[in-house]
Design a binder for this molecule. Structure first.
Ligand code: NAD
Length: 283
């Protein structure tokens, strides 16, 4: 099975990266968001990333910016994904927003089309409950930045079929990725664990125990991690981290997932991390 035209819903941090990665693998995408302004910003960000990406990884397929942009249709009309043969949904980590998108996709997309949810924490089984094809709903938790990370966390919802898993693996193979397939509970493996790190790191800063640079230095220099938890939070987007902690807290009703007030305060102040130019660090 070869996928030719992918619907990428949500043109934020993840949707942008995914459309770039698809283009680098000669696959067209329809990139959808809710306003022309967001799409213009996405276009500018794509130009910036495509110029920069080969410097980050010399093995990445070479393609000039215009060739990448030619492979992406930018649109505010979700109906434009109607001819796509696979959907990757990357809208805001908010159940109400995601639920509405799936209700619309049910009508727009052919019944055999797979819906891959790129969510940080929301249960795939819950998302499948909003879709009219639960056996064709799967989680693909892409890692950030998508074009540099060759492994994804794939999540099998309660109803996800073996055919859906096989087709998803062949889609991932087209973009040179492999999956670690896990079962479904909110946050899966990666974010159920990593959000505890990021949240506690924010508490450490809030409590005046250490600066962000000191916290991250301990993870990098002592533990050998590539990035520290606060650099990671900035990369993900502090708004998305707060939303994800909220999902985890609501899902497990466990106080260990309560969001650090400092994280909320930073989001309220517009300090969203890399995407806004300021988070725990300046960009
Ligand atoms: P983001 O806030 O950068 O982008 C989300 C985009 O969705 C925004 O541009 C928003 O306008 C758009 N959107 C909202 N409603 C929409 C609608 N009805 N139709 C189309 N677009 C709509 O968020 P992000 O970081 O790109 O995350 C997207 C999803 O991917 C979230 O569920 C998040 O948890 C998940 N995720 C994020 C990361 C990360 O590192 N940021 C990694 C893996 C998964």
């Amino acid at each position: 099975m070869e996928f030719k035209n992918i619907g990428v819903v949500g043109a934020g941090t993840m949707g942008i990266d995914i459309s770039i990665d698809l283009a680098l693998h000669n696959i067209n995408s329809v990139l959808v968001d809710i306003s022309e302004e967001i799409l213009e910003n996405a276009k500018a960000e794509i130009r910036r990333i495509v110029r920069l990406a080969p410097l980050l990884d010399a093995k990445l397929p070479r393609m000039d910016v215009d060739a990448v942009l030619e492979r992406i249709k930018f649109t505010t009309a979700l109906e434009d994904v109607g001819n796509c043969d696979f959907i990757v949904e990357n809208v805001t980590e908010d159940w109400k927003i995601k639920e509405k998108v799936y209700q619309q996709l049910n009508i727009i997309c052919n019944p055999e089309v797979i819906f891959a949810a790129n969510t940080s924490c929301i249960s795939i089984t819950k998302i499948a409950g909003a879709a009219n094809r639960p056996e064709l709903v799967i989680g693909i938790h892409f890692m950030n930045p998508v074009y540099l990370k060759k492994t994804v966390e794939a999540i099998k919802g309660y109803h996800t079929s073996e055919d859906c898993i096989a087709a998803t693996k062949s889609f991932l193979k087209q973009i040179e990725k492999t999956a670690v397939l896990v079962n479904d509970l909110p946050g899966f493996v990666s974010n159920r664990i990593s959000h505890l790190f990021m949240n506690e790191a924010a508490f450490v800063v809030q409590d005046g125990v250490a600066t962000p640079a000191q916290v991250d230095a301990i993870f990098k220099k002592c533990f050998g991690h590539k990035m520290g938890p606060l650099e990671t939070a900035d990369l993900i987007g502090l708004d998305t981290v707060v939303d994800s902690l909220e999902v985890l807290y609501q899902s497990y009703q466990d106080s260990k997932f309560r969001c650090c007030p400092l994280l909320r305060k930073m989001v309220d102040a517009g300090l969203l991390g890399k995407k806004s130019g300021q988070g725990f660090y300046s960009y």
